[in-house]
Design a protein around this ligand. Sequence first.
Ligand code: Z5A
Length: 208
Amino acid sequence: MSKGLFITLEGSEGAGKSTQIEVISNYLKGKGRKVICVREPGGTPIAEDIRALLKNPREDDSMCDTTELLLMYAARAQLVNSFIKPKLQEGFDIICDRHDLSTVAYQGGGRGMDMNHINAVRQIVLGNFRPDLTFLLDIDPEEGMKRARQRGKLDRFEQSKIDFFIRVRNTYIECAKEDPEHIVLIDGSLPLDKVSANVIACLEKLDV
Ligand code: Z5A
């Protein structure tokens, strides 16, 4: 049995990741492939509990950056080892809403954490495990926050100042420039049908 594809979606708040996951999933299913969609942080019962810790703001304590980083990787370790790797071996394609590049962008770029520390934890958790392809949906953070605000109550990350999201975006763009073979930058500010068409055009090149 051949191994499935591991595809990840990245980008700032409201960039359209969840929307494009459906587009990718439908495309791959249309090719007769078996597809599973997951999200980070989360995707297994333990990782979803960690997600709640990470996302919910609390008034009695404020999460420090190191705790945030280690919880992100704790959730990732659980999802990758207990779910993603076995399912890829069974031949399922996995589409993941956020993955390791989010840590580089948010904890590295946004929070300004030392990249050597992040790289060290990544090595423990992931070793050489990487996505086959990453779609980076790029959008102006103000525009993305407008979309996110329409959903109502803001989570712990969404309560950050705009400067944080600008640093996140810039870091994402730098990473895409450094690794164009694996990270495809898509303009997420275009109308939905255009964004979807650009994503599908890229999938067609995969020849699956
Ligand atoms: N985080 C981290 O810090 N470090 C890590 O390592 C990881 C994560 C893995 C997870 O939040 C938070 O964790 C995230 C980063 C941090 N927080 N932030 N900020 P989440 O999973 O709850 O949130 P999200 O990943 O940012 O998802 P989102 O806000 O739902 O964004 P989205 O999935 O990219 O957008 P969407 O739901 O597809 O679209 C948003 C709305 O825009 C929706 O109404 C759509 O219909 C609309 N939309 C989508 N595309 C378009 C276009 N093209 N035109 C117009 N309207 C559109």
